[in-house]
Design a protein around this ligand. Structure first.
Ligand SMILES: Nc1ncnc2c1ncn2[C@@H]1O[C@H](COP(=O)(O)O)[C@@H](OP(=O)(O)O)[C@H]1O
Ligand SMILES: [Mg+2]
Ligand SMILES: [Mg+2]
Ligand SMILES: [Mg+2]
Length: 374
């Protein structure tokens, strides 16, 4: 098959994510500033614009579908200047010609001019407030995953997935700063000039494989190609977050020793990590909890990456070996940590993860038990 299995959902998601990544790329080039949210994490103009674009495209095509998305519009309600900038970005992204942007000649955008007024943009952002759950279907969106990376000038991703009965069934992820092949060097952190060829677009369909093409249709690699994880090899390599506070890098170093991995980890922001291992740039992605595992991972941080890796021949579980459960609300509250490896390597990697956690006195995370009371 030379194209992912076609559906209106897939065409709509490709249109939405490609448009959103136009908006994020434009903010990325201009050195974004950020606001600080209640949980002390950053949000930018690009996050708001991308969420408004994706939600308004989804809503125009599937008005019954609910959306679980990361951001909310409240900060824009008090800030007219920011609101105006977001609306201008949304307008530009929604007006782009579909065939020229995505090559989808038969896809007819359903949204109207009205989607790009200040009011409509704020309403669109707040369409993402759904609480999730295990029945029916909903979309989950991370408009910019890796906002800290985006601000530093590193990797980031626009991540959208359709979840049905608690399981991701369709994923579209744009990685504007990830070159189409590993042979083209990634831009240096802080380089805001963009990637030659325009970054990468990833798609996965449950039971229909994992695919990538260049985000830029004029690039040589503008048509979809299937991707797969690297088969189990004698020497594994692994990747982890750049942010030391987001996962336990010390535990990863122990696991690497147990697996006799000598190469240093590749540190990368966002779900670009899932995409990289899905196409075989590396073998293992580890995201182990810090402390006693108090943090609950968000579903939008994993839904598209999980499907991409599973469809590319990988297995994705938490530290106790359980599948990620996307039907528990806005967070993965039944899971602790994430372990991604090729199907044939996963058991061995998970064993090393569990051994390292036991050694640290955090074996309860490996057993899927609550932390002991003091
Ligand atoms: N304490 C924590 N532990 C794990 N993940 C965290 C965290 N605090 C924030 N995050 C999540 O880490 C994501 C970035 O992942 P990474 O570290 O792999 O680049 C953030 O996504 P956003 O950037 O969309 O907010 C955020 O949701
Ligand atoms: Mg995120
Ligand atoms: Mg985000
Ligand atoms: Mg965030």
């Amino acid at each position: 098959m030379s194209h992912p299995p076609a559906s209106v959902e897939l065409s709509t998601a490709i249109s939405a994510v490609s448009r959103a990544s136009l908006a994020t790329s434009s903010v990325f080039r201009s050195i974004p500033s950020s606001l600080t949210k209640e949980d002390k994490s950053p949000v930018t103009l690009g996050d708001f614009a991308a969420q408004a674009v994706v939600n308004s495209v989804l809503h125009a095509h599937f008005s019954q579908d609910k959306i679980v998305a990361e951001e909310e519009a409240s900060a824009l309600k008090e800030n007219g200047e920011l609101r105006g900038k977001v609306t201008a970005l949304v307008k530009e992204a929604l007006q782009r010609d579909e065939a020229g942007l995505t090559g989808q000649k038969d896809f007819k955008p359903q949204w109207t001019e009205k989607a790009a007024s200040d009011e409509a943009v704020m309403e669109s952002i707040d369409l993402g407030s759904y609480s999730g759950g295990s029945s029916g279907r909903f979309w989950t969106l991370d408009p910019i995953d890796g906002t800290k990376g985006f601000l530093r000038g590193g990797q980031y991703a626009v991540c959208l997935a359709l979840v049905e009965s608690g399981k991701p069934t369709l994923a579209v992820m744009a990685c504007p700063n990830l070159p189409f092949t590993k042979d083209v060097p990634k831009p240096q952190e802080g380089d805001r000039s963009g990637v030659d060829g325009g970054g990468s677009l990833f798609v996965a369909v449950k039971g229909g494989g994992a695919w990538q093409r260049s985000l830029n249709l004029s690039a040589a690699s503008a048509s979809f190609q299937p991707i797969s994880m690297r088969p189990r090899d004698a020497s594994l390599t692994f990747c982890e977050s750049v942010e030391a506070g987001h996962s336990s890098q010390g535990t990863n170093a122990e696991i690497a020793k147990l697996l006799t991995i000598t190469a240093p980890p590749v540190r990368m922001d966002s779900q670009a990590k899932y995409a990289s291992v899905a196409r075989g740039d590396g073998d293992v992605y580890l995201r182990l909890p810090t402390g006693k595992g108090e943090y609950q991972e968000k579903i939008w941080d994993h839904a598209s990456g999980q499907l991409l890796c599973e469809e590319a021949g990988g297995k994705v579980t938490d530290c106790s070996g359980k599948d990620l459960d996307f039907g528990q609300g806005r967070t993965l509250k039944l899971n602790k940590g994430v372990v991604v490896a090729h199907r044939d390597a996963h058991e061995e990697v998970l064993k090393a993860v569990q051994e390292a956690l036991e050694k640290e006195g955090r074996g309860y995370l490996a057993r899927g038990e609550p932390a002991p009371a003091l």
